[in-house]
Design a protein around this ligand. Structure first.
Ligand code: SF4
Length: 303
């Protein structure tokens, strides 16, 4: 029996669900029960009432969110090394420092943060709903962390002042995209449209036809009449886009935009995680409770 079949068999025996982020390796996407962005997946975990075990093929903060939202289930991350560097850029001390400096400003945190940070914020947001979340707040000055590019994008649309914590937070993968690379591709493919993630720089956003989260990119790719699409996000999404749109051509805006943290997971690690039920995500109850409130507030807006 090959590894893929072994995983599928074990998954059934253990009543497990495998959730894979859009940036995961193609072979992991193929064995997953669901593929999506972090919050889509956490919601899926909540809907899977019969599942006893959740294997979250992604990075730390995503598995944490699933554990926060599904306290009665065992949530596993197949590698402890799969940590998002952007989430690590925001410390709780820094949030507390900014809260003292701007006592009236509400704190909005991107879901790409650790549970301990989420526990200190008023409301969470994703890259898909950040504009809506910021618009829902009365205040015109908002503390926002950790991604500076996403903050700038939201500020441009809402007209509100977003003070970023830290001032310089960024995704090491999305800052690799450069407009010069896209302009060269556009010369070769003049009819192509460009879609980029809001974690990209403002220069990239300016030359894009569409700016959106991975879930919005999936929708845009289906809807657009363009046959060639230049993509400005982590390379893993291309596999899904191509599979769901076989009549279209997807080209990476920068071929090497790969998140090494996402790619730490392999089929071997997924199998071992399922078999040995490791590594269990554990969050102190008091932290989980507060972080859950911030996530639920965000969900209320979407409902
Ligand atoms: S792509 Fe960027 S934000 Fe996403 S996990 Fe990797 S480093 Fe973190």
């Amino acid at each position: 029996m090959n590894l893929k079949d072994k995983i599928i068999k074990l998954k059934k025996e253990k009543k497990a669900v495998i959730l894979a982020h859009n940036y995961q390796r193609s072979e992991i996407q193929d064995i997953a029960d669901y593929i999506g962005d972090s919050i889509e997946l956490s919601r899926k975990a909540m809907e899977e009432k019969d599942a006893e075990l959740i294997v979250f093929a992604a990075v730390d903060f995503m598995a944490e969110s699933a554990a926060i939202l599904n306290p009665e289930k065992k949530v596993l991350i197949p590698s402890l090394g799969a940590r998002c560097p952007m989430a690590q850029m925001l410390t709780t001390d820094e949030i507390k420092r900014y809260k003292i400096k701007y006592p009236k400003a509400p704190v909005v945190l991107y879901v790409n943060t650790l549970a301990s940070s989420k526990a200190l914020c008023d409301i969470c947001c994703t890259s898909a709903n950040a504009v809506e979340v910021v618009n829902s707040l009365k205040s015109n000055t908002i503390l926002f962390g950790p991604d500076k590019n996403l903050a700038d994008y939201v500020s441009e649309i809402t007209g509100k002042k977003l003070i970023t914590i830290p001032e310089w937070g960024f995704c090491p993968t999305h800052v690799l995209f450069q407009p010069e690379d896209v302009l060269i591709l556009k010369m070769k493919h003049p009819n192509a449209v460009v879609m980029v993630h809001p974690e990209c720089s403002s220069e990239m956003r300016k030359i894009a036809n569409f700016v959106g989260s991975t879930s919005k990119m999936v929708k845009f790719s289906k809807k657009t009449t363009a046959k060639t699409i230049i993509v400005g996000t982590e390379k893993g999404l291309l596999y899904r886009l191509q599979k769901e749109n076989p009549d279209k051509v997807f080209i990476m805006a920068y071929e090497d935009a790969v998140c090494p943290n996402m790619k730490l997971l392999t089929l071997d690690k997924i199998y071992s995680s399922l078999k040995n039920e490791k590594y269990v995500i554990k969050i102190p109850i008091s932290v989980a409770k507060k972080a859950r409130k911030a996530l639920e507030k965000m969900f209320e807006l979407n409902n």
